[in-house]
Design a binder for this molecule. Structure first.
Ligand code: SF4
Ligand code: SF4
Length: 426
């Protein structure tokens, strides 16, 4: 069979979905790429470059590159603001190898007046929602209209606006396999109320920090737009927390915070940066050298802060019990950054029900069974709960925490598994 007659449904337009779609298209497999929100690139499209005197290997630039590849590839058909509501085996027989997916318009939640995503070297409207308008996406590049995600027929080069209201695909799609790349949700810092997120302006998350740097070109305090001199990073917020029932390590927040701290210090050498941690996650053979280097500029205190109190100057008093001090200490900071962990995506339970892919003990989709063995089907057929689903594969952080680089590698591997399943690769 001509491989182009093979079609794969990829759920999720973040870096995992984009990578899987791109790898499939390179082998002449058609892709229907379904993204619930109105832009592509997921969380990581908003990440800024962390380079100091040299590249810090954060992977953020690879997301834009992959996005550009995917939206310009004719074999990848993008459906923005669309979600899956049902997945069935097609045909008369339970042994059919095809699926019919039912798609519906999703409800996109965009807080009025807020920038959802706002930067791109390519100024690509697929993931830019302008600060001044949340109802329209201005089109400014020369892409073919096919992949714009709304139902208009005008060429993108005409500079017309794409209404979010018109976006979304409804109906049924027949496909040969499904890759689930629906990603993760960041931990909700409101659940750690003693840190006062949302109550005190200068308590932010790592994602807020990215937004601030992107919008201002440097790290400034939300309260007064001044560069903070004393900055605290609190690690493991929401992860490795028995009381929350989240026992896993999110794996990415240690190297992420260290890269970010190094970048802030590079921009403002006078900044005094402290990292409060439980353990430092070693992320590979380059890590020990990186860690030793960063320790020359960043103070590390092994403890998890108990709580934060506001000060008159919009600063924050941070109380902690340091391991080597034995008694409570407190210290004032200008800005506190919460390194929130990686949680299962909000829709993970629903996706599990629709596809039949089981959940692992932490609530992520079980990527081991679905991607590796794929023998039986729980998708409207006779398989048992917890079994793998033939023809359905899990890629990236939908299956658990992973860095951008690890997600790209995993999505490539999963695309390869899917192509083996389709007989495109052996
Ligand atoms: S990998 Fe990260 S630090 Fe390196 S150039 Fe790309 S965005 Fe910058
Ligand atoms: S990567 Fe570091 S900050 Fe993140 S959960 Fe693991 S130990 Fe904590």
């Amino acid at each position: 069979m001509n491989t182009q007659t093979r079609k794969v449904l990829v759920l999720g337009g973040g870096i995992a979905g984009l990578t899987a779609a791109w790898e499939l298209s390179r082998q002449n497999v058609s892709v229907e790429l379904v993204e619930k929100s109105c832009f592509l690139g997921g969380h990581s499209i908003g990440f800024t470059c962390k380079a100091t005197d040299k590249c810090q290997q954060c992977g953020a630039c690879s997301v834009e590159e992959m996005l550009k590849n995917a939206v310009n590839e004719p074999l990848i058909n993008v459906h923005l603001r669309t979600e899956i509501t049902q997945l069935k085996r097609s045909g008369q027989s339970d042994k059919s190898n095809r699926f019919t997916a039912t798609l519906a318009k999703s409800e996109v939640e965009i807080p009025a007046g807020k920038t959802v995503k706002g930067f791109s070297r390519y100024n690509n409207p697929l993931y830019v929602v302008a600060k001044t308008s949340v109802s329209e996406i201005s089109d400014t590049d020369s892409r073919d209209a096919k992949n714009c995600g709304c139902s208009c027929t005008k060429a993108a080069s005409t500079g017309h606006a794409h209404s979010i209201d018109k976006m979304g695909t409804e109906g049924e799609l027949d496909v040969d396999a499904v890759i689930v790349a629906t990603g993760y949700s960041p931990f909700d810092p409101d659940r750690k109320s003693t840190y006062g997120y949302g109550k005190w302006k200068n308590v932010i998350t790592g994602l807020d920090l990215e937004n601030i740097i992107r919008e201002n070109g440097a790290l400034v305090r939300p309260s007064d737009s001044q560069k903070p001199q004393k900055v605290a990073f609190i690690q493991c917020v929401g992860s490795r927390d028995e009381r929350l029932g989240n026992l896993w390590c999110s794996e990415v927040c240690c190297p992420y915070a260290m890269r970010m701290a190094g970048s802030v210090k590079n921009d403002n050498p006078d900044a005094d940066i402290t990292m409060f941690y439980i353990d430092i996650q070693n992320t590979g053979k380059e890590f020990p050298v990186f860690y030793e280097k960063i320790k020359q500029n960043i103070r590390f205190v092994r403890t998890i802060p108990v709580d934060l109190y506001p000060l008159d100057n919009d600063g924050l008093e941070l109380r902690h019990m340091a391991e080597d001090e034995g008694s409570p200490s407190s210290e004032a900071f200008d800005l506190v950054v919460l390194s929130v962990g990686i949680m299962p995506g909000k829709d993970t339970g629903k996706i599990s029900e629709i596809t039949g892919i089981s959940l692992n003990q932490d609530g992520f989709l079980d990527n081991t069974v679905s991607s590796l063995s794929a023998k039986s089907c729980s998708c409207g057929t006779s398989s048992q709960s917890g079994s793998s689903v033939a023809g359905c594969f899990v890629a990236g952080t939908a299956g658990g925490p992973a860095s951008i680089a690890a997600t790209i590698a995993d999505a490539g591997k999963i695309a390869f598994e899917a192509m083996k399943y389709l007989g495109v690769m052996r």
